[in-house]
Write a protein that binds this ligand. Structure first.
Ligand code: BEZ
Ligand code: FE
Length: 292
């Protein structure tokens, strides 16, 4: 260990202090964190006042967190870190549907629903039918796959953001795919909406001149026995903000047409008003590694 702290000795001194970390992965992480953090500081050469502001920002971010609000995840989201972590980990499941951020509006238990049910209790939005199949990477259908679905309404609000306005469970459903892995449900076309901006992350976006909007989307978590579950969304192909999602979650193959259908026969078949919009989404799951 050095006894003279200088700009030159700073990084090796701290890296060396972690050299005996027993867990090799933790040792690697701490060493890399030190090197990158020191490089960042050398790059920006913060004034003492800027450093205090940075600490103040992180403190406020932590203070904003509670059981229902996770401002650090939101920070990771708007910095593109959440999606970078998702995308790096997607390498391990080639051929599977791309994963995306979970977001703060998932609730642990969506109401269980039968195939074909509506997840919309309010009936003020544009009617929409979503259909698809859950299959394995080799194309085999996954009967009985579980789908947890949640979305904002036609004004861009989740049920949990509007207690007393939307009934709890609106825009949410837990579905079980049929014997051929198929699923279908009724809903309304979701609207784009802003991520929460009443905390430090909102201040950051404002200071950077960035908007807080996410393009319209429907979230899914899909799982099936013997397969790795995926957390993903589909995006409405003609939504604003597809090119500038505040959390960088758009992947080309998750953008789906919500096509206009004007066909009273099909509308009657699905139990929706005519005309309606229709989206298709096949979800591909990767088999879980067989334990050796
Ligand atoms: C969402 O899509 O629900 C979401 C994702 C990340 C941050 C905020 C909202
Ligand atoms: Fe969302």
């Amino acid at each position: 260990m050095t006894t003279d702290f200088t700009e030159q000795t700073a990084t090796p001194a701290v890296v060396e202090s972690f050299a005996r970390t027993p867990d090799p992965r933790l040792r690697e992480i701490l060493s890399s964190l030190t090197r990158h953090l020191h490089d960042f500081v050398r790059d920006i050469e913060p004034t003492m006042q800027e450093w205090e502001e940075a600490i103040g920002f992180l403190t406020a971010t932590g203070q904003m967190c509670d059981d229902t609000r996770q401002e650090f995840i939101l920070l990771s989201d708007v910095l593109g870190v959440s999606m970078l972590v998702e995308t790096i980990n997607d390498r391990k499941v080639p051929g599977a549907t791309d994963s995306t951020v979970l977001g703060p509006f998932h609730v642990v238990e969506s109401p269980p629903r039968a195939l074909g049910d509506t997840i919309d209790y309010v009936n003020t939005g544009e009617p929409c039918v979503v259909t698809g199949r859950v299959i394995s990477t080799d194309g085999t259908p996954l009967p009985g796959a579980l789908l947890d679905v949640w979305q904002a309404n036609e004004l861009g609000f989740y049920d949990v953001q509007q207690p007393g306005v939307q009934p709890l469970g609106n825009g949410r459903g837990l579905f079980t795919a049929d014997g051929e892995g198929r699923f279908w449900f009724r809903t309304v076309v979701p609207c784009h909406y802003p991520i929460p901006t009443d905390g430090p992350v909102g201040n950051l976006l404002k200071a950077a001149g960035r908007h807080p909007y996410r393009p319209a989307h429907i979230h899914f978590i899909a799982g099936s026995e013997g397969h790795i579950p995926v957390t993903t969304h589909i995006f409405v192909a003609d939504s604003p903000y597809l090119e500038s999602d505040a959390v960088f979650a758009v992947k080309k193959n998750l953008v789906q047409e919500f096509s206009e259908v004007d066909d009273p026969g099909q509308a009657a078949e699905y139990g929706v008003a005519n005309p309606f919009r229709r989206a298709r989404f096949d979800i591909v799951l990767h088999p879980a590694a067989v334990p050796s």
